[in-house]
Design a protein around this ligand. Structure first.
Ligand code: GLC
Length: 513
C-alpha cells in the first residue's frame, strides 16, 4: 500500500471554515431545473448501482403490514422502532472519504460524474488510488461543527459514509490497513468524535456502509467489473475478512444507540446467502436498528413484501416520487450540487428555495429528506452547503411545525402532471411537479405550505372531509384570517391573507379542526 509517491496537489484548498458568520437568508429566483428529478412509480425498482438516479417503486398499499428488516415483527413493534425516524423527517447525509483528495481530478483532467466514484470511473489502479490517502489530512475537521451544521438546518439525524465503494474505512478498523487511521497522516477516527458530538447535541447518528462494492480490499464486487489484478479475490472471503468484521466493529464500538441507522448501498452480487450472513450479525448485535432497502440484490427481494430483505425504508435517490410510497417509510436522498463526494469544481448548486420546497414536497407525500454534504479533504463542509443549511434552518425555525412528525397531505390529486412527450431516465412519462403549494397533516391540524402566494388575499382550499374552525399564519399569528365554505360544496375559501408572502420560499398556514 502507498508505494507510489503522492500526486502533486492539483489545487490549493482553502483553510478551515466555520459554521458561524454565514450569509443572511438567501432566496434566489426559482429555476425549474433546480427541482429534483421526478419519476413515475414502477412495478419494481432499479438497484442502486447507478451514480445518478435509481430506485423508483410502486406504492404497495399495505399500511397494516409495513416493510420491516425484522422478521415476524408486529405492527406495534415496528411503529415503536420507527417512531423517532418518522418524527425526524429531515436528516443530513455525509459523503466523506479519500476521494475528496483528488476532488474530481485524475492526472490533471476532470473526471465526470459523482466524485466518490472517481476510482471506478477513471479506472485508477489500486496502488495509485491508495496514494491519495497521503493527501487526505482533514486537520480542519471539527465534529462539533459538523453536528452543529446539521442542527442549524433543523436536521434531526446524520448518516455518514463509514466505508464507500472505494473500501476506505473512515473509522478505526482492525480488518484492513486501508483506513483513515492507518493510511493517512491524520491517523484518527472521526466517527468516534462525531458519535460523541451527536450524543452531546442530541441528534441521531447512522452509518452508511458499502457492503458489496469495495474496490481496494479485493474480492468484493465492482460495478462494471474489476480493472486491476489486486481486486481479484473471492467475494465470500472478502465478506469474511473485511465486511463482516467491519460491520461488527461499527455496531459495537460507537456507544449505545449508535448507529441508529445502517444505510446499505449498491448490493452488487449480494445473493440471499450473503445478505443472510450480514443480517444475522446485525440482528444479534443491534437488533432493530433501522435499515434501508439496499442490502440484498434483486428487485423483487428489495421491493416486495415477499422479499427476504426488504429493510425498513425505501430509498428513492435524487428524486421525489410523484405520490410517495403510501404505507411505507421512505426517504429521498439528494445532493445539494451534482455530486455526493466532494468535487472541487461542481458549482451546480440548488437554491435554498428549491431545497425548502423539496422538503415540503417530500413531507407532503409522507417521506423523509436526507440531504447530502460532501466535506473536502481538509475536513471542511463547503461554504455553499453551510449557507444553504443555515437558510433552511431559518425557515425551519418558523415553519418546522409543519414538517416534524407530520403525515402526508389529506387532499386528493397529484401536485403536477405526467408529460405527454418527455420521458424520465427509465423511459416513463416524466412527472412535472407543479410548484404552487403542498400540505401536511397532524391530528386536528392541516398545514398548507404555499409557494405561489395569492395576490388577492384569498386561498382556495380543496374539498376534504375535514372541517376547519380557524386558520392562522405560522409566521404571524396576529393576522386575522377567515374561512368561508363555498356555496357549491367544492371546498373552503380562506380570506385575509397579507399582500406579501411571509416567506418567499414557502409560507405556512395552519388550519385547525
Ligand atoms: C448511489 C451511489 C453512491 C451514493 C449513493 C447515495 O448508489 O453509488 O455513490 O453513495 O447512491 O444514495
Amino acid at each position: 500500500m502507498n508505494k507510489i509517491p503522492p500526486f502533486k496537489r492539483r489545487f490549493a484548498l482553502s483553510t478551515c471554515t466555520s459554521v458561524a458568520g454565514l450569509l443572511p437568508l438567501f432566496t434566489g429566483p426559482l429555476l425549474a431545473q433546480d427541482h429534483a428529478r421526478t419519476s413515475v412509480p414502477m412495478a419494481v425498482t432499479a438497484t442502486s448501482v447507478s451514480q445518478t438516479s435509481n430506485s423508483t417503486a410502486a406504492p404497495t398499499l399495505d399500511a397494516e403490514h409495513p416493510l420491516s428488516s425484522v422478521k415476524g415483527e408486529s405492527k406495534q413493534e415496528h411503529d415503536a422502532r420507527m417512531a423517532w425516524w418518522r418524527e425526524a423527517k429531515f436528516g443530513m447525509f455525509i459523503h466523506w472519504g479519500v476521494y475528496s483528495a483528488p476532488a474530481g481530478y485524475y492526472h490533471g483532467k476532470p473526471v465526470e460524474r459523482a466524485g466518490e466514484w472517481i476510482m471506478n470511473n477513471a479506472k485508477i489502479p489500486v496502488a495509485e488510488y491508495q496514494a491519495f490517502a497521503k493527501e487526505f489530512n482533514p486537520v480542519c475537521f471539527d465534529a462539533a461543527k459538523f453536528v452543529a451544521a446539521a442542527k442549524s438546518a433543523g436536521m434531526k439525524y446524520i448518516v455518514i459514509t463509514s466505508k464507500h465503494h472505494d473500501g476506505f474505512a473512515m473509522f478505526d478498523t482492525k480488518a484492513s490497513d486501508w483506513s483513515i487511521v492507518r493510511a493517512t497522516p491524520y491517523g484518527k477516527d472521526p466517527l468516534k468524535e462525531i458519535a460523541e458530538e451527536c450524543r452531546k447535541q442530541g441528534i441521531k447518528l447512522g452509518f452508511y456502509y458499502s457492503q458489496a462494492q469495495d474496490w481496494n480490499n479485493g474480492g468484493s464486487a465492482a460495478h462494471g467489473g474489476h480493472w486491476d489484478k489486486a481486486q481479484d479475490r473471492n467475494m465470500d472471503d472478502y465478506l469474511d475478512k473485511i465486511a463482516i468484521p467491519q460491520i461488527k466493529e461499527l455496531l459495537t464500538n460507537y456507544g449505545s444507540g449508535t448507529p441508529a441507522v445502517i444505510w446499505w448501498d449498491t448490493p452488487v452480487e449480494m445473493n440471499p446467502q450473503r445478505s443472510e450472513r450480514i443480517q444475522r450479525v446485525v440482528q444479534s448485535l443491534l437488533p432493530g436498528v433501522i435499515q434501508n432497502d439496499r442490502l440484498n440484490d434483486g428487485k423483487e427481494a428489495r421491493l416486495s413484501r415477499k422479499g427476504l430483505y426488504p429493510g425498513d425504508t425505501t430509498t428513492p435517490e435524487q428524486f421525489v416520487p410523484p405520490q410517495g410510497f403510501p404505507g411505507r417509510d421512505w426517504e429521498t436522498c439528494m445532493t445539494m450540487n451534482g455530486t455526493w463526494g466532494f468535487k472541487k469544481e461542481d458549482a451546480n448548486w440548488k437554491s435554498s428555495e428549491t431545497l425548502i420546497r423539496n422538503l415540503c414536497d417530500i413531507a407532503s407525500k409522507g417521506g423523509n429528506y436526507l440531504l447530502n454534504v460532501g466535506p473536502d479533504s481538509l475536513g471542511n463542509i463547503p461554504e455553499e452547503s453551510l449557507k444553504r443549511l443555515s437558510e433552511i434552518g431559518n425557515w425551519m425555525k418558523v415553519n418546522g411545525e409543519a414538517i416534524y412528525g407530520s403525515g402526508p397531505t389529506p387532499f386528493d390529486g397529484l401536485m403536477g402532471s405526467f408529460s405527454p412527450t418527455e420521458r424520465d431516465k427509465e423511459g416513463h412519462p416524466k412527472f412535472i411537479p407543479e410548484w404552487k403549494w403542498r400540505a401536511t397533516s397532524k391530528p386536528g391540524r392541516i398545514y398548507l405550505m404555499v409557494f405561489d402566494w395569492p395576490k388577492d388575499g384569498a386561498f382556495q382550499i380543496p374539498k376534504t372531509s375535514r372541517k376547519f374552525v380557524s386558520a392562522r399564519l405560522l409566521a404571524d399569528p396576529t393576522v386575522k384570517l377567515s374561512l368561508l365554505e363555498n356555496d357549491d360544496g367544492s371546498g373552503t375559501i380562506l380570506k385575509g391573507l397579507p399582500e406579501r408572502a411571509p416567506d418567499s420560499s414557502a409560507s405556512v398556514i395552519v388550519l385547525e379542526e
